[in-house]
Write a protein that binds this ligand. Structure first.
Ligand SMILES: Nc1nc2c(ncn2[C@@H]2O[C@H](COP(=O)(O)OP(=O)(O)O)[C@@H](O)[C@H]2O)c(=O)[nH]1
Ligand SMILES: [Mg+2]
Length: 317
């Protein structure tokens, strides 16, 4: 039923939208003890493998259910990569205690699905108190996912040119913890070095508002190193921000973000579904590419065309 409800929110069919609004409305208010964790990092960093390891730990030790919303921006192009995430999570994919949902991102929010917030709300109602949102690090995706989760885990690798210099300051600022993954075999020493560099760097990004000091952890999804520790940090963070009121503020902000995301989506749909606007846009695109006009002029024209298209409708009613 959860899977069906999520599919419903992803539908752009107007009848589905009405039902989906009703379903979501009925699912509100279930999130007070929900733990929503974003997991971001470059492709291949080991996000899916790490979620599998942490999820397995949660299910076997804490006996709690978990939901994983895996968003893959490349899935639009390569249909197979959705399966890629599931095959990295063999335990979770077959466990009764886990719900794994791969979602294609439509590319609008850089690595976060258009309806991830809806899915998180539905997960809460379905009894999934722990939700992981996997997203590929493509710059904007961290910002987008940051706004919908309580805790952002940044998965990085040591060496191979992907050392700390490669992590943008802005991304580091958003992280609640950095996991230096693949700290196993020959890579163990290098990973430890990267971990201590990351820990030093993170000291500059302490957020007094949350009362949380982001840690850096060396881990391995393969050997299980650091997995328990990461989960302990997430729970500790949840406890701290729950007690000091930060979680409450975060949730209020998340809900406003949810509103604005829906508003923007509706506005876009309304605008682009107007056939006259679409036709004029196609013409203007050619003019712009040919250097005959500027985007500013084109946008003004489109807006006033859209406006004039809408006015008669209002005066009739
Ligand atoms: N040695 C090692 N390899 C890992 C580890 N975690 C993931 N990998 C491998 O890295 C590759 C990418 O992993 P995946 O979880 O799909 O990364 P994602 O793209 O970030 O989700 C796979 O071949 C994994 O087997 C780890 O802790 N140690
Ligand atoms: Mg993955």
């Amino acid at each position: 039923m959860l899977a069906k409800a999520i599919t419903l929110t992803e539908s752009s069919n107007p009848a589905d939208c009405d039902l989906s609004a009703e379903v979501l409305e009925a699912c509100l208010g279930q999130d007070s003890d929900q733990v929503v964790v974003g997991v971001s990092g470059v492709p291949g960093a080991g996000k899916s493998s790490l979620i599998e390891a942490i999820g397995k730990h949660i299910i076997t030790h804490d006996k709690k259910k978990i939901a994983v919303l895996a968003i893959d921006p490349s899935s639009r192009l390569r249909g197979g990569s959705i399966l890629g995430d599931k095959t990295r999570m063999p335990f979770l994919a077959t466990s009764d205690m886990a719900f794994v949902r791969p979602s294609p991102s439509r590319g609008t929010h850089g690595g976060v699905g258009d309806h991830t917030r809806d899915a998180i709300v539905l997960c809460a109602r379905a009894g999934y108190r722990i939700v992981f949102v996997e997203t590929v690090g493509v710059g904007q995706s961290e910002t987008a996912v940051r706004e919908m989760v309580d805790f952002l885990l940044l998965v990085v690798l040591s060496g191979a040119g992907d050392d700390l210099q490669g992590i943008k300051r802005g991304v580091m600022e958003m992280a609640d913890a950095i996991a230096v993954n693949k700290a196993d075999g020959e890579n163990a020493k290098q990973a430890e070095k990267a971990r201590s560099d990351a820990a030093c760097a993170l000291q500059f990004f302490r957020s007094p508002a949350s009362g949380w000091n982001p840690p850096a952890i060396a881990c391995s999804a393969h050997t299980g190193l650091g997995v328990k520790e990461i989960w302990a940090h997430i729970l500790e963070h949840h406890k701290i921000v729950g007690e000091n009121g930060h979680l409450d503020r975060l949730r209020r902000k998340q809900k406003l973000g949810w509103l604005h995301e829906n508003l923007e989506r509706s506005l876009m749909q309304m605008f682009f579904s107007n056939s006259k606007v679409r036709a004029r846009l196609a013409e203007l695109e050619t003019d712009i590419a040919d250097g005959k006009t500027t985007p500013l002029v084109a946008v003004r024209q489109l807006m006033s065309l859209y406006d004039s298209e809408r006015k008669p409708k209002y005066s009739e009613s």
